[in-house]
Design a binder for this molecule. Structure first.
Ligand code: EPZ
Length: 421
């Protein structure tokens, strides 16, 4: 398993291109199942999760081709000949469950393994099941697999989500595009990835309104046709790289970034003393003065502070002036980066869903271990300003969600290298 070695101390200057959003691409790809015509995605990120989703779609009988070094993906679900999403693939990546809604809508049946727990929490699928059953699906759990069928097809319905679940909104949205009649999803997730999915589905002929608000209305249609769609910019990669100059000093322009993708995150950066300026190419970020100030953060569904940027924010707050508190309200176990940051000298107390970070002057490089995707990148960020060397092991987590991290950080002056073990 590879490690990434970071030597702290360099100020960062230059520009970083932000890739297409992993969490948009992972819901756009299963949308191909809804049509027998090809769907082409441009600006696709080059990530191992995208490869896993490609494998899953091919296991169902879809054809997938990637061009331009993986930035263009063309998928065709003309002859789907398997309706079982196998545990071996689903356990690797929870987003595999996003084939459930499209398969029910197109094929009328699906067998999808429950994803199982993951490092950051149990992550059940009760909200997905509730919504799809309201559309007329019959779903039962057998041997760890969801057996779903819609013998009489799907019928539009009014669905209220107990929690604004991103995945449940996506599964129900995709399924309802081919349901008979009108579907209303209330307390729907409002993430930019939902709007991106709706934009793509409309290009395929779907009739959708209200995406981006908590009430989405879908008029079902008989069939969807092919389309070409650019994947929206990755707001989590954007926020991650905005924190690099905030932590290490200097000034970096994140190309393709827009304030609208990271509004609540930028409010917290501003409160911490980080200057963010929107240019015609992206977002320019610099630390206004020597040391950042402590801020309090509570993660919430969009447009609130994103849970996927909580670990990275904590890395910055470890050396802030004062004490910060981070409340993680989305996942039950998303502070695994804290003990690793403490190995670097951070002063953090974790009680349940709250982490209290007492800022220290400087962190010290140390061997640390990545535990999940966002925790791994927070350790690299912390290493950028730590004294000496930080060795982050198990970086396969990183490859799931960040393309070319070493190249991107090195290009702005960071001393980072990947070591094969
Ligand atoms: C998506 O996961 C993202 N993944 C996650 O990003 C992100 O953290 C999450 O949304 C929240 O924004 C993708 O888009 C592929 P949820 P998802 O359904 O859809 C509970 C990353 O780092 N819940 O909004 O799985 C669930 O347990 C990943 O890129 C139920 O209880 O998130 C969790 O506590 C990590 N029942 C909370 O809701 C359900 O049926 C949020 O889940 C569904 C979810």
């Amino acid at each position: 398993m590879d490690s990434i070695v970071v030597t702290g101390g360099s100020e960062l200057r230059g520009e970083i291109p932000i890739a297409g959003a992993k969490n948009a691409c992972l819901t756009l790809m299963p949308a191909t199942i809804l049509s027998d015509e090809p769907l082409t995605l441009t600006n696709a990120p080059r990530l191992s999760d995208i490869k896993t989703m490609t494998q899953l779609l091919e296991s169902l009988g879809a054809e997938a081709a990637s061009m331009q070094d993986g930035q263009v993906l063309t998928m065709s679900s003309h002859n789907l000949d398997n309706h079982v999403a196998d545990y071996d693939i689903v356990r690797k990546m929870r987003a595999s469950n996003l084939v459930l809604g499209p398969m029910l809508a197109r094929l009328g049946h699906a067998v999808v393994s429950l994803p199982g727990g993951c490092a950051i929490g149990a992550r059940p699928m009760d909200l997905h099941i509730h919504g799809l059953e309201k559309l007329g699906a019959e779903i039962e759990l057998k041997d760890g697999y969801l057996h779903a069928k819609a013998p009489r097809g799907l019928k539009g319905a009014e669905i209220e989500l107990a929690f604004a679940s991103v995945g449940a909104t996506e599964n129900i949205l995709m399924a309802s595009t081919l349901a008979k009649g009108t579907t209303v999803i209330r307390n729907a997730a409002r993430e930019p990835e939902i709007v991106d999915l709706a934009d793509c589905l409309r290009k395929m002929g779907a009739q959708i309104e209200g995406d981006g608000t908590s009430e989405i209305v879908i008029q079902g249609v008989d069939r969807l046709h092919g389309a070409t769609h650019p994947v929206v910019t990755d707001r989590i990669e954007l926020g991650t790289y905005m924190l690099a100059p905030a932590i290490a000093g200097g000034e970096v322009e994140c190309l393709g970034g827009k304030i609208s993708l990271v509004e609540s995150f930028c409010e917290k950066l501003d409160a911490a003393g980080i200057h963010v300026e929107e240019t015609e190419r992206g977002l320019k970020v610099a630390r206004r003065n020597g040391r950042v100030s402590a801020v309090d953060v509570t993660t919430e569904p969009f447009p609130g502070f994103p849970t996927d940027l909580q670990a990275q924010m904590m890395a910055m707050l470890c050396t802030a002036e004062g004490t910060s508190t981070l409340h993680e309200t989305i996942f039950e176990n998303r502070f695994m980066h804290a003990p690793e940051l403490m190995r670097m000298g951070a002063n953090i107390e974790v009680h349940g869903g709250t982490a209290t970070v007492h800022g220290v002057e400087k962190l010290k490089g140390a061997p640390v271990m990545a535990t999940d995707l966002r925790a791994s990148v927070s350790l690299i960020l912390a290493g950028l300003a730590a004294e000496g060397e930080t060795v982050v092991s198990r970086v396969y987590h990183l490859d799931r969600g960040y393309e070319k991290v070493v190249r991107k950080l090195s290009s702005i002056g960071a001393k980072v290298e990947r070591v094969k073990e």
